[in-house]
Design a protein around this ligand. Structure first.
Ligand code: SAH
Ligand code: SF4
Length: 372
């Protein structure tokens, strides 16, 4: 029998698994706390677990996150890890410290099948879904790497570093729902990461039926990548729109609000010069979202090697934001972080596109690079 990877299980999964070994359900809680709350990866260190069980665990289970291929630090404090998920595939995770929070941006798929025109991940095509272990493993590993060494820690196990998680890395999370759901549950579980629902944000390009399922199963904060005020343009930019057009997407957002931990939906809108940044388009957006509690997050386009789009000029960004704001919608413009390590949105796949040469170029173990 293959060893189980305990990072694949949320509380229910782990409970069922320990019971299959003939153990009591409370063992699952002990394991959750050791693995996720304390960041322990060795069964031998789990001192309140009976020795006989520790020995069984060592033969029947592993705690295995994807290995780190590269670790890059940016001058602005942003840090980016490249995880080797096998078969020449790699996914990225970005850590963004700010004054009042520390956010981890994680990936859910190797590649993406949606194929948005402006996105480097989309250009790469779809390779495969990540497993729950590969998804939660990004948070598990980041916490372990960022926490101070055990000897300099404050006693107790509540010394988490990461306060917010966003599913905004590579992939469309709602096209990998079965693996994403247990990962979300672990993020929220008090015996694991204990994050509040408002501090976990799932970003989707608009998988309407799965937005409804998420509302039932695990309503976290929702961000929707809108990028256009009308179907003709959105069909081009976000091909999933041909299946789930804007009216259906907005209706799903309204339904989600009845369950959401926040009383608004966040719309992400990349500004592409001369494509979707005209003042008339801002006004059209206002009409479309009329009566829907929402905020807009305007994202300066990060140029990728794969598209001919250009970033909108700052005056245009300002004018666009002003129209939305005057229409009564809270609007923010995302600050670009980690530019010097290609950690900005949509650039994540930039370094890994040429899959065949990936390992040759990067080498095997952890390498530090970057400017900090
Ligand atoms: N697939 C999901 C989540 C991952 S993409 C989604 O599309 O929402 C996360 C965000 O990065 C999305 O809003 C996406 O539109 C944005 N993004 C993609 N490529 C980008 C680029 N080149 N510049 C800026 N933002 C980009
Ligand atoms: Fe996929 Fe999101 Fe990129 Fe679109 S923007 S291709 S949905 S990762």
């Amino acid at each position: 029998m293959d060893a189980a990877n305990l990072l694949d299980f949320d509380r229910d999964g782990l409970t069922a698994w320990v019971q299959s070994l003939g153990e009591k359900p409370f063992r699952a809680r002990q394991l959750l706390r050791w693995i996720h709350k304390r960041g322990v990866g060795e069964f031998s260190a789990m001192t309140d677990v009976a020795r006989s069980l520790r020995e069984t665990l060592a033969t029947r289970a592993v705690i295995a996150s994807a290995p780190i291929l590269r670790d890059g630090a940016s001058a602005d404090g942003t840090r980016k890890w490249l995880f080797d998920v096998g078969g020449g595939e790699a996914v990225e995770t970005v850590y963004i410290p700010e004054a009042d929070r520390a956010t981890l941006c994680i990936s859910t798929q190797a590649g993406c099948a949606v194929g948005c025109r402006f996105c480097a991940t989309g250009a790469q095509g779809f390779s495969r879904n990540l497993t729950t272990a590969e998804i939660i493993g990004q948070l598990w590993t980041a916490e372990r790497m960022l926490r101070p060494a055990p000897e300099s820690r404050v006693p107790g196990d509540g010394d988490r570093i990461i306060s917010n998680v966003v599913l905004m890395g590579m992939g469309e999370p709602l096209q990998n729902y079965d693996a994403v759901l247990p990962a979300l549950r672990l993020m929220l579980d008090d015996d694991a990461y204990g994050l509040s629902r408002r501090r976990v944000t799932l970003s989707t390009s608009g998988m309407v039926p799965m937005i409804d399922r998420l509302a039932q199963d695990c309503p976290v904060a929702l961000a929707v990548s809108l990028h256009a005020p009308d179907d003709a343009l959105r069909d081009e930019l976000v091909p999933l729109n041909r299946k789930y057009p804007i009216a259906e997407l907005l209706a799903a957002c309204r339904r989600y609000l009845a369950h959401a931990p926040r009383d608004f939906i966040t719309f992400e809108y990349i500004l592409l010069a001369g494509v979707n940044d005209a003042e008339g388009q801002a006004r059209a957006l206002l009409r479309r979202v009329d009566g829907l509690p929402c905020k807009f997050n305007l994202i300066p386009f990060n140029p990728t090697a794969v598209s001919a789009f250009r970033r909108s000029e700052p005056e245009r960004v300002r004018a666009f934001a002003e129209i939305l704001q005057e229409g009564g919608i809270v609007t923010t413009v995302r600050r670009t972080r980690g530019d010097d390590i290609d950690a900005a949105c949509g650039q994540l796949a930039g370094q890994v596109r040429d899959r065949t040469r990936l390992v040759a170029r990067v080498g095997t173990p952890v390498l530090m690079e970057g400017t900090a």
